[in-house]
Ligand binder design. Sequence first.
Ligand code: ADP
Length: 588
Amino acid sequence: MHVLVINCGSSSVKYVLLQSQTEAIVASGRVERVRELPGGFQEALQQVLASLGDAPVEAVGHRVVHGGERFTAPVRVTDEVVEGIQACVPLAPLHNPSNLAGIEAARAVWPDLPHVAVFDTAFHYHLPRRARTYALDAEVAASAGIRRYGFHGMSHAFVAHQAAAWLETPLADLRLIVCHLGNGASVCAVEAGHSVETSMGMTPLEGLVMGTRSGDIDPGVVLELVRRHGGDVEAVDALLNQRSGLLGLSGVSNDLRDIEERAAAGDERCRAAISVFAHRVRKYIGAYAAVMGGVDAVILTGGIGENGAAMRQRLLQRFEYLGLRFSEERNADARVSREARVADISARNSRVRALVIATDEEIMIAREAAKVAQGAQEIRSLRPIPVAVSARHVHVTEATFHKLFGPDAQLTERRPLSQPGQFAAEQVVTLVGPRRRLENVRILGPFRSKDQVEISRTDEFHLGVDAPVRLSGQTAGSAPITLEGPAGSVALTEGLICAWRHIHMTPEDAEAYGVHHNDEVEVAVSGHGRGLVFRDVVIRVDPSFKLEMHIDTDEANAADLPQHSEGALVGVEGAEGTLQRRRTPSVP
Ligand code: ADP
C-alpha cells in the first residue's frame, strides 16, 4: 500500500510517500513557512499534491503529537476523531493545532482516501500508574488530565523492534533503554516491548536537556520565573520551550555541532552545555536500569545519538557496573543509515549491548496507517475463549517445598486444574511482605524448576511490595518475597510477579486464530451488562494447553465478570508490535 505520511509542524509540512511493505520511498519533501502562505496548510498540501504528480497514494498517515487518554492506538480519522484530537489541544498547545490543521487540509485535498491518525503518546499507554502519576492533589490532576503521557513513541517503538531483530531476541525477553537524542530528546525504558518509563511527561518539556527546552526543572523555578515576569505565563513558556536547553546554556546555538566546535575552541558556556546535557542522559540511563531491575541494551538514536560520536563516548563511559563495556574504536567507526540501521558500539565482552540505531518515524507511521486503512477489522471470533480467573498462588521447587513443609512432606492434590497435569495442592503457605502478610496462598503442582509467586495489584499493595508484570516463567530480576510454611520459611530473592494476562492454546488453535506464541492480542469479554476489551493479552502456545484466557482477580473484579465468561479475539499485535486488526467491538 502506498501511504503518504504527513507531519505538520508549527511552520512546515514534511511528507514522505512510502510503499508500506517494501518501505521504499516513492517521494518526499518539505514545504516551509506554511504560515506565510495565504492559503495556509491547505495551500501547502496542494503543493504536496502537485509535487507527487501521478505517484499513487492509497492512504494518508498523520502524525499527531498528543492523543491524551483517549487515543492509545492509531485510528481512522472521522469527524469524531477530529473532535477528540481537538480536545487534546490544551495538553499540547504547541503541536496539536498544527497537526489538526494538517489533517483538515489533507482531508479536503484527498477527500476519498482513508486518513489515519498516529499518536506520539500511544506507545506509552502502558506506563504503570507509579510512573505516570505526578504527586499532585489527585482530584486536581484527574480533572485536568494532568499525568505523564510520554512522546517520541514512534521512534522508541521502531528502534526497540530494530534492536530486538538485531539481537535476535524476542522483545518479550528484553529490557531496553532507548535514548532518542534529537532536537527534542527523551529516554524510554522498554520492558518486554512496552514503555514502562519515559522522560517526557504531560508535555514534551520534561526530562532531558533538549535543543531549546530546559527539561527537568524544580517547579519552584517556574514559579519564580512567573513572578519575575510579572505573571506573564506565555513569556515563561517561551523561555522554557524556546530559549533554554542547549541554546540557553551555550548562548549560541541549539545545534550540538556548533556547540562542540566552540567548546573545542575553549568556550566555557559551550563546555558547560555539553556536560549538563550528558550528565542528564547518564542519570536517566542509571535510573531506568533501576526501574527495570537491569538492562540488556542501551540504544542511542536521533540526530545526536546517530551522529554524535564524541557525545556518545561521554554518555556511555563508566557503565561497567551495569555490565556495559563501551568500545571507543567501534564508536568512532559507527555509521548508521536507512541501509545499515544498527551499529554495535559495545566491547565484544560486554554483557549489555550499546547500539546506535537509525530511527525512522515515517516508516512506523506508514506501517500503522496501512494496517488501519486496510481495515481487516472483522471480529476474529472463531470460537469463544473461556475466561478463567486465577487467584494468587505459588509454584515451588521440590527443595523449597521441603524447607516449608518438612523433609517427609508430600505435595498432595486437592483438585485438578483445567490445564492438563496441573493441580491445586492441599498445602498453603503465607506470603510475608514488608507491610503485611497474606495467608492461605495455595501451592499449585506439580513442582517447578523455579519458585514463582503470582499475585494481583491489590495483593502487591497489601504486602507492600512492587512486583513486575511478567509472563509465567520470567522470574529473573523479579521481586523478592518470603514464604512461610509449618516447618520453616524461605526468603526468595526473586520470583514474585504480577502475572501478565494470557491465553493458553494448542498449536492447532493458534493456527485457527492466525496467531503465534508470544503474540499480543486484544480480547473482548462480556461482563454483567457491560463489555470491555483486554489489551496486551499474550498468546502462550503448547501442545498440552487447553484453550483458556487467564486474568487475575483484580481484573475480573474491575470487569465485573460472572463466574463463567467468554472472550472473543478482536485484535492481533504483529511482529512489529503494531496492531493488525482492531476495532471496538460490540460485545454480546
Ligand atoms: P529533530 O528532533 O528536529 O528531528 P534531529 O534528530 O535531526 O532533530 O537531531 C538534531 C540534532 O542532531 C542537532 O542538535 C544536531 O546538532 C545533532 N547532530 C547532527 N549531526 C551531528 C554530529 N555529527 N555530531 C553531533 N551532533 C549532531
